[in-house]
Design a protein around this ligand. Structure first.
Ligand SMILES: O=C([O-])CC(=O)C(=O)O
Ligand SMILES: [Mg+2]
Length: 556
């Protein structure tokens, strides 16, 4: 047996571990004489970097993943900051927009409304039924901030699962990307001869729910060990189906819960820095949400626990959150409100609608402004300056994806707040120099959460994903910063450490599942934290020859 020492996620503890098995070697003569794995890795990187357009890099990496998954994941793990924006947001947004044009080969599972009544037969066609552990399911109706992309949403499921594999060591064979085709209301796609989905408009809510009921039931029978991540469903359906299924099946919604958890985590770290500068207690923060879709309200709900963690009641916590939709501040006297917004509708304002963001800021005096609106540049220089005038260290999180829909960019946020901004965006921005200092933007993207949350839920064999498990993932992420990262003023850890972070989050999630009594893998209960962490690490899939040296979590 071959053994290797200390892969990078082993907490610095020397231990023996079974080496990942190399892929089978082609017979002699079927590869060039001087093919060498290490040099080939350099060759792959050079090929990738020779392409000018990100979409070309995406296409190259897709092909590499199919032809040589070990090499693909090795490249991804060793170059996370470079590769993540190519296989995930923002480039995956372009891949979705162009999917029907750049399509080369099938990947994932497609289930359409025409399969209603016989979904079981479609699921049976999946080649690796017994190995299935995690599926990302989208209906393509709200892909990132890009709207209804129909069956072109498939790359989002594929991209998220690539991050599960790279970031949490889920086995590639255990993942199922799924795109449900319930039609599309995207006129451009319906008129496009190359469009790969059904050429019909979206079905009624009633028909969709009947389809979803059958789909979820058949999934639970075909794949009894499967966790489902709902992704990029339109807002009303995102809430509806999360509530409908969350107590029946192991399922969570990444846009509501994953985004909520990642933002809570960044907010916890940012609020400490902000309160240290202002001298005001943590419990006095006021958060203004610009955007009231599934992400906005989902994040709001999650951020209530920021205040309950400070000792406030739920009712008191709600008072600290303000919501803005396309018609301005959300308050009860304004008129009928969509169901999901009611929770944050204000009762303490009775005047005429306040529609202008600057006026709303003057009324609310927020310490934090969070953007989940997909309205590009909504945080103008005036808005940023107003936040800077109200707070020595304003918290500004433009969270909309992809980059070109961000409410503001890092540079503007820095320049309009004299460099004092505490910043996190959904998609990546480069670091920058300001007054002789390097300032780092945070990336408050759910990619920090879902790999670890999913891994923990899978290893605990959780029968459902509870709010306490989601909160544990968030607190785990907030805690996972190293002293060096805190010294740099970061509010999220370096993405290069994703494996360690995912292992730590998974441990916290497993503990929360045990407390909530939803864990079926009860043998894990008697393990101490060190053994549980080792167990988690031992379950992670590694690309052959893919180890890297990146930090450790010894401070935890
Ligand atoms: O995919 C991402 O980058 C984050 C996300 O879930 C979304 O924006 O819908
Ligand atoms: Mg999403």
């Amino acid at each position: 047996m071959t053994i290797v020492l200390t892969p990078f996620w082993c907490n610095g503890v020397q231990k023996l571990k079974k080496a990942p098995q190399p892929p089978p070697k082609p017979a002699h003569g079927l590869t060039p004489p001087a093919l060498d794995d290490t040099i080939h890795y350099e060759r792959c990187l050079a090929q990738l970097r020779s392409k000018d357009k990100n979409i070309e890099k995406y296409i190259y990496l897709s092909a590499l993943k199919e032809q040589d998954p070990h090499m693909f994941y090795k490249v991804a793990l060793l170059h996370m900051p470079e590769i993540t924006p190519l296989i995930y947001t923002p480039t995956v947004g372009d891949a979705c927009l162009q999917y029907s044009h750049i399509y080369r080969r099938p990947e994932g599972l497609f289930i359409s409304i025409n399969d209603k009544g016989k979904i079981r037969n479609v699921l049976k066609n999946w080649p690796r039924i017994d190995e299935a552990r995690i599926s990302v399911v989208t209906d393509g109706s709200r892909i990132l901030g890009l709207g209804d992309l129909g069956v072109n949403g498939m790359p989002i499921s594929i991209g998220k699962l690539s991050l599960y594999i790279a970031g949490a060591g889920i086995r590639p064979e255990s993942t199922i990307p799924i795109c449900l085709d319930l039609g599309t209301n995207n006129e451009k796609f319906l008129a496009d001869p190359l469009y790969l989905g059904l050429r019909q408009r979206r079905v009624s809510d009633e028909a969709m729910t009947a389809f979803m009921d059958e789909f979820m039931h058949e999934m639970s029978i075909a794949f009894p060990k499967l966790l489902i991540q709902f992704e990029d469903f339109s807002t009303d359906h995102a809430f509806l189906y999360l509530e409908r299924y969350r107590n029946k099946y192991p399922v969570f919604n990444d846009d509501i819960q994953g985004t909520g958890a990642v933002v809570l985590s960044g907010f916890l770290n940012a609020a400490k820095l902000s309160s240290a500068a202002s001298g005001r207690p943590l419990s006095s923060h006021r958060i203004l949400f610009f955007g009231a879709g599934s992400a906005g309200v989902g994040v709001g709900l999650q951020l209530m626990s920021f205040f309950t963690l400070q000792g406030l009641s739920k009712e008191e916590a709600r008072e600290h959150i303000y919501l803005v939709d396309s018609q301005g501040l959300v308050y009860n006297d304004r008129g009928p409100l969509a169901e999901h917004k009611k929770v944050f509708a204000r009762n303490d304002y009775h005047g005429p609608p306040i529609t202008n963001l600057l006026d709303i800021i003057a009324h609310v005096k927020p310490t934090a402004l969070l953007g989940l609106s997909t309205t590009k540049d909504a945080f103008t220089a005036d808005v940023l300056q107003a936040m800077g005038a109200l707070n020595p260290r304003p918290i500004i999180f433009p969270l909309s994806n992809p980059v070109r829909l961000s409410e503001c960019n890092f540079e503007d946020a820095v320049e309009n707040t004299a460099g004092q901004v505490l910043f996190a965006s959904g998609s990546p921005f480069p670091e920058m120099q300001f007054n002789g200092k390097t300032l780092y933007p945070g990336q408050g993207n759910n990619m920090y959460i879902f790999p670890g949350l999913g891994l923990g839920a899978i290893l605990a064999r959780a029968t459902s994903v509870t709010d306490s498990m989601v909160e544990a993932s968030s607190l785990g992420l907030a805690e996972s910063l190293t002293p060096e990262e805190r010294g740099l003023g970061l509010i999220y850890p370096h993405i290069e450490r994703i494996r360690e972070i995912s292992a730590f989050i998974a441990k916290e999630v497993i503990r929360a599942a045990q407390k909530a009594n939803v864990d079926h893998h009860t043998e894990l209960r008697s393990m101490n934290d060190k053994d549980l962490t080792e167990f988690i690490n031992s379950k992670m899939w590694n690309p052959y020859n893919g180890f890297a040296k990146v930090g450790n979590m010894s401070h935890l």
